[in-house]
Design a protein around this ligand. Structure first.
Ligand code: GCW
Length: 810
């Protein structure tokens, strides 16, 4: 034993709840007595583990012994220890030796001791009986990484939680406190690698001028066992080196990468490796020289090999100038077509990183068939924590239920049981490496992702990468207990909201496997159905007046389905067996086609949108039941998001239903689509100053039009007379919050001002569309017949205080 430390239990101090502590809040019952922590070694990770247990004041009886198995064996030869621990695997055990109570927090290696410490704290925080604890846990895979798409200028591609915690103004930030805290969060769920810069890599990241700055990030990561990795630009030998080529087979290029890698390891001896996006979305790649992806990957892998580093090659390669007129073209085929022929040609320390679906992080996709085809190649599964296509953290969408479907999906490679989680972790084909990568994109917002509830996704990613057999619900419960406390009502309500959220989001966005139906050309946020069509990006849905869906069958379509092993191909090829939820991903069908559910496609679209939007209306009401049970700040912040989501779900519902109603010409059997009782369009109100505008796409505004205030008087009004019965009503107003100004609004009925507010939300658009549309509800308003309802708008900067409609609900 090197030395023993005694930590007094920390007094529990009331701290403001900003969400920054995420699930590591340590508000559980602290031990009445100090815990004795016996630390058996002095590595950064073991030091961090011991400190963390002290910080958590974990209520454990007796002494907590923190060290590796070897150290424990030496110190306590009589203890029986497991012999089957894999690298990073841990062992937690409450035991007595010679009458002394010991709590063993141990692993085969130092990072594993840290995972043991966090697991032990998790048991305390979730209220488990640690007295009986006897737990062995091994990670499912060696690669458990996050990617951050941070640009060196401090912006984050597809980041919704503020600016970068690593970079600003093309430098590493001076204060890396948040980066260290992030590494601690990652370690607490077993994540062991982080790629800090965007896969659309700025070559500057590798310059000799910049690398010493990167060293500082590696230093704050190190105590937490999180290894740093960098995304690289394949053209670097030319752009930042002095070569006239970046041909992967050119000896000078090989030499350049080796020298660069040597330089990195001199600075960062535990550097994890490189991530490469090549020949994709305009990035440089081996195709410039007629070389293969494997040749490009191996060039970097060979340079990393002497140091034990790894190369991760993104499998997200497709032609974004594909001819949409050719019905045989299909972006979904691209990953398999590019990489399956190279199976077996990648170096032993290279991995191909495959997005879970064949398109791009949609709310629902089938599993990528490439995953089953890489039988002689290491791979990692790429999941997306940042909600690019799933509501950008403004909508609640807990992704673990979707990830579980992916992880558990049996691809039936060779006709045998081959679930995705075992394929990617390398188990199925005994690959030396494998794992899971989550695109996280946390930012400087206090609560990391911009939304407290979205942090369940970061937590769940880590837990599933460690143990894919966990259920989405047990992970959610565990996360809620640590994040909001163990009160049963809190745990039940928050867990249920999280668990329902993905299906609800899917229900009011893209149905039946069509993709999210968001604007794929711009923000990937609000609805824009036709943005998918008639362009080279290849997210086509092939909609016309008769029907919709991509025919990907072998028989008559693009042949994509033939990329799956026969059992799965049969499932998707056959209309009798193809599950409804993916039917339009696989087949082109008439709107009148009857699904397994017994509904026609068109009626399913109407019904699911109305039901899901209604479910979203309930979210804020259900959350309100937690008032007083959790801290005020997070209560209010979450409520605000859920209320916004409830409104935006109706924007989505109406856009999708209106579009399909017009396209198909088939009415909603329940009479809802296209009929909006109580709604008065702004364009038909009495307007002073406001002018009528066409909204693009038309489905994003009620009646396709809105009114905008471009009046030189800088104040406009829109009014109408209420003709309903007297009584209490809810009033909803749809307005637009444009980037570039904060317009002011006021709504009144007669001479009572109902609400007055500033559109302070920052959406990434300067246009009137589904991204900027906000539906606000003012509950419980008393109206009399002939009351005049007036909306007053005062534009600011580029925001013209635009409105779409007012709806009075009796
Ligand atoms: O989903 C698309 C995103 C791009 C991203 C790309 C990728 C980093 O819209 O922003 O680029 O995927 O995964 O490389």
């Amino acid at each position: 034993m090197k030395y023993a430390m005694v930590f007094a239990a920390l007094a529990s101090i009331a701290r403001a709840e900003t969400g920054q502590e995420a699930w590591l809040r340590y508000r559980h019952q602290p031990n009445a007595l100090p815990s004795v922590i016996v630390k058996l070694d002095d590595t950064p990770e073991i030091n961090a583990a011991a400190k963390e247990i002290a910080r958590a004041s974990a209520s454990l009886r007796g002494s907590v012994v923190v060290g590796t198995l070897d150290q424990i064996k030496r110190r306590f030869p009589e203890v029986v220890l497991p012999t089957d621990l894999q690298p990073n695997g841990y062992y937690l055990r409450s035991t007595a030796i010679k009458g002394q109570h010991l709590f063993l927090v141990t692993s085969a290696d130092s990072p594993g001791v840290l995972y043991a410490a966090f697991a032990c704290i998790r048991h305390v925080a979730t209220g488990d009986d640690t007295f009986r604890l006897n737990e062995t846990s091994n990670p499912a895979a060696s690669v458990r990484w996050v990617n951050q798409w941070d640009n060196l200028d401090g912006s984050i591609e597809r980041g919704y939680g503020g600016r970068s915690i690593f970079f600003e103004n093309n430098n590493v930030v001076a204060d890396l406190t948040r980066a260290g805290e992030y590494a601690r969060l990652l370690a607490s769920v077993g994540i062991n690698g982080c790629t800090v810069n965007n896969v659309n890599a700025n070559p500057r990241a590798l310059t000799s001028e910049f690398l010493p700055q990167i060293v500082r990030i590696a230093e704050v990561f190190r105590p937490w066992g999180v290894k740093l990795s960098l995304s690289v630009d394949f053209a670097s030998p030319k752009t930042i080196g002095s070569l006239d080529t970046f041909d992967p087979l050119d000896p000078r290029v090989i030499q350049w990468w080796q020298a660069k890698t040597d330089e990195i390891y001199r600075l960062i001896p535990d550097f994890a490796g490189f991530v490469l996006k090549a020949d994709s979305e305009g990035r440089a790649g081996p195709a410039s020289y007629g070389r293969t992806h494997a040749q490009a990957a191996n060039l970097l892998a060979n340079a990393l090999k002497p140091y034990g580093g790894i190369l991760i090659y993104r499998g997200f390669v497709y032609d974004h100038h594909a001819d949409w007129r050719n019905l045989k073209n299909d972006r979904a085929r691209a990953a398999y077509d590019n990489f399956q022929p190279l199976n077996g040609q990648f170096a032993g320390n290279a991995l191909v990183q495959v997005k879970y679906g064949p398109i791009d992080f949609q709310a629902r996709e089938p599993v990528s068939p490439l995953i089953g085809a890489l039988t002689k190649t290491n791979q990692t599964l790429e999941l997306q924590i940042t909600q690019e296509y799933t509501g950008q953290q403004r909508h609640l969408c807990y992704l673990a239920p979707m990830w579980k479907q992916i992880l558990d999906f049996d691809l039936r490679v060779g006709g045998a049981r081959t679930p995705v989680n075992e394929l990617v972790s390398g188990k199925t084909f005994q690959r030396p490496l494998g794992g899971f990568v989550g695109v996280a994109n946390v930012g400087r917002d206090a609560n990391w992702l911009g939304s407290d509830l979205a942090m369940a996704n970061l937590y769940a990613f880590g837990r599933l990468a460690w143990q894919p057999s966990l259920s989405a619900e047990e992970i959610a419960r565990e996360w809620v207990r640590q994040t909001f406390g163990t009160d049963k009502r809190v745990v039940d309500i928050v867990t249920k909201l999280e668990m329902e959220s993905w299906r609800v989001y899917e229900g009011y966005t893209g149905p039946l496997g069509l993709g999210t139906l968001t604007d794929i050309l711009r923000g990937h946020y609000g609805p824009n159905i036709e943005s998918a069509e008639r362009n080279g990006w290849g997210q086509w849905i092939r909609a016309d007046h008769e029907g919709i869906g991509m025919d990907r069958t072998v028989a008559t379509g693009t042949g994509f389905i033939g990329q799956y092993p026969p059992d799965v191909a049969h499932l998707y090829e056959s209309l009798q067996e193809c599950p409804d939820e993916l039917v339009l991903f696989m087949h082109h069908l008439p709107y009148t086609y009857v699904l397994h559910s017994g509904k026609t496609i068109i009626q399913h679209i109407y019904d699911s949108h109305y039901a899901a939007a209604e479910a979203a209306q309930q979210f804020p009401l259900r959350w309100r039941a937690l008032e007083g049970l959790i801290d005020e700040d997070r209560f209010a912040a979450v409520l605000n998001r859920l209320e916004y989501q409830a409104g935006h779900a109706i924007v989505w519902r109406d856009a999708i239903c209106n579009w399909f109603l017009r396209e198909s010409g088939i009415p909603d059997a329940a009479g809802r689509a296209g009929r909006f009782p109580g709604r008065t369009e702004a364009e038909s109100m009495r307007l002073t100053g406001y002018t009528v505008k066409d909204v693009t796409p038309w489905e994003d505004a009620s009646g396709g039009k809105a009114v905008a205030c471009e009046s030189p008087q800088q104040k406009c009004t829109a009014s109408f007379t209420f003709h309903g019965a007297p009584g209490r009503v809810n009033i909803a107003i749809l307005y637009f919050g444009l980037n570039g100004g904060e317009a002011h609004f006021q709504i009144s009925a007669g001479d009572q001002v109902l609400k007055s507010w500033t559109a302070a939300e920052h959406f990434a658009t300067k246009s009137l569309n589904g991204d900027s549309a906000i539906r606000l509800t003012i509950p419980n308003v008393r109206l009399q017949p002939n009351d005049v309802i007036t909306v007053e708008g005062v534009p600011a900067g580029d925001d013209p205080a635009a409105i779409d409609y007012v709806e009075v609900k009796q």
